[in-house]
Design a binder for this molecule. Structure first.
Ligand SMILES: Cc1ncc(COP(=O)(O)O)c(C=O)c1O
Length: 437
């Protein structure tokens, strides 16, 4: 059966605007509507046949490439055999995938037993990690970083520090800590980790009961505007949080799966081993899937009650996930993220030399951003220039992402098959866009 779909641009926009609820309708990035019809690896085509380089990676969901043939084939093969199998029964695909995911976790002495709980999405995984940490430690208070984004569910919003994402009705028991931003952090430029670690201690003593359940950290903040945790920060945070009875929870929803170039998991750059790791997005290369990977003993207390994610461990999504892990190896994806990311970073630095509107260039691997400021001395965020460049690069066939607490960053998180030729194209498109302002 073929469903009739009217692909006309204006009709699609009208239908969306008429029938989407306001809560979902607002979130459109470009001034004029855009309808994508096809994707292949790092490229997208709109309904009029125009080609774009996708530096947004459809919100970092596309890890190994749009409609990667091996991922699609694995998922389709599974969907045709048995599309869904509830987690109450045994199925080999999620079981294999759990084993394979656990094997990607650090285990230097071989004494950590990693276990997996599959969810539908990242925010479900975040919610679960919150509950797991609270159940295991018996403590309620959580720490999170200002300028962190952890998802749209009420619980995930409660640890999200960006006001634009926070709605009424969030649960409490969350204390926010200043983000160790090496460009615009409260302790000034390149202040390192130490003053921010002192802040964690002060926050535990002043804004919590003194006993905490855990702290959520993204090794590289995504929606926060690509904020890398400085060397020693995650390790130092783990020490302080554990001393107060809590756990280190790494949110690798954006930074995981080799995106930072040097490691499979972003936190590995600091040599720290978290107690719980949350992942989603790139795990399924566009198929809906999330997971919590935890030390076995930390998940154990949750056996007392039911925690059932209807589509958690869905075999179709898990087949896609298994194929993603395979493609990461076969296509040398992490190495590509490292080398192509380094080349792109260099070109972004060159643009900063040329255009004073660019206040900062940062990130690693294929997790990069430029931040626009009105004045390099005051660092006043410049969302207007950011929006203008964003719109202008569309004309050059480049899809970027506005992000950061002030919407003053252009984030680049493409499918990790981006090539060196694409880097030239992106550089030239940005150059033209800044030049046209
Ligand atoms: C770091 C981080 N954590 C959690 C989430 C929530 O994931 P999801 O949108 O799949 O619920 C996101 C989503 O963007 C994210 O970027």
């Amino acid at each position: 059966m073929t469903l009739h779909t009217d692909w006309t641009l204006n009709e699609t926009a009208e239908r969306r605007d008429n029938y989407y609820a306001a809560s979902q309708r607002k979130f459109i990035p470009f001034k004029a509507p855009m309808v994508f019809k096809k994707g292949s690896m790092q490229y997208l085509w709109d309904v009029e046949g125009r080609k774009y380089t996708d530096l947004l990676g459809m919100n970092v969901c596309i890890s190994v490439g749009h409609s990667h043939p091996k991922v699609v084939a694995a998922a389709m093969e599974q969907a045709q055999e048995l599309t869904h199998c509830t987690t109450m029964f045994y199925h080999p695909v999620p079981a294999h995938f759990a084993e394979e995911l656990a094997a990607t976790m650090p285990n230097p002495n071989g004494d950590i037993e990693w276990v997996v709980h599959f969810t539908n999405s990242g925010s479900e995984a975040v919610d679960l990690a919150m509950t797991m940490a609270r159940s295991y430690t018996g403590n309620l208070d959580l720490l999170a970083l200002r300028s962190a984004y952890h998802g749209p569910t009420a619980a995930a919003q409660s640890i999200t520090g960006i006001s634009g994402w926070r709605h009424p009705g969030m649960p409490g028991n969350v204390a926010f800590v200043a983000e160790p931003h090496q460009y615009r952090g409260i302790f000034g430029e390149k202040a390192g980790a130490q003053p921010y670690l002192d802040e964690i201690e002060r926050t535990i003593h002043t804004a919590t009961s003194g006993r905490v359940a855990g702290m959520f950290i993204e090794s590289v903040q995504g929606y926060g505007g690509i904020v890398e945790m400085p060397k020693g920060y995650m390790t130092g945070a783990a020490e302080r949080v554990r001393a107060a009875g809590g756990l280190l929870i790494a949110d690798e929803v954006q930074a995981g799966f080799g995106r930072t170039g040097d490691h499979m998991w972003g936190f590995e750059a600091d040599g720290v081993i978290p107690d719980i790791v949350v992942m989603a997005k790139g795990i399924g290369n566009g198929f809906p899937l999330g997971a919590v990977v935890a030390r076995k003993e930390i998940a154990a207390p949750m056996a007392e009650k039911f925690m059932f994610h209807t589509y958690g461990a869905n075999p179709t999504s898990c087949a896609a996930g298994r194929a993603v892990l395979q493609v990461l190896k076969e296509d040398n994806v992490q190495e590509n993220a490292r080398t192509v990311g380094a080349a792109l970073l260099e070109r972004l630095h060159a643009l900063k030399e040329k255009y004073p509107a660019i206040g900062d260039v940062r990130g690693r691997g294929l997790m990069l951003a430029i931040e626009m400021v009105k004045d390099r001395k005051t660092k006043e965020p410049d969302p207007q220039t950011t929006a203008a460049v964003f719109e202008a690069t569309r004309e050059s066939g480049i899809i970027l992402s506005k992000s950061g607490a002030y919407q003053s960053c252009l984030r680049m998180v493409p499918p990790m098959c981006l090539s060196l030729e694409d880097v030239d194209h992106v550089h030239d498109g940005l150059d033209r866009a800044f030049g046209s302002l």
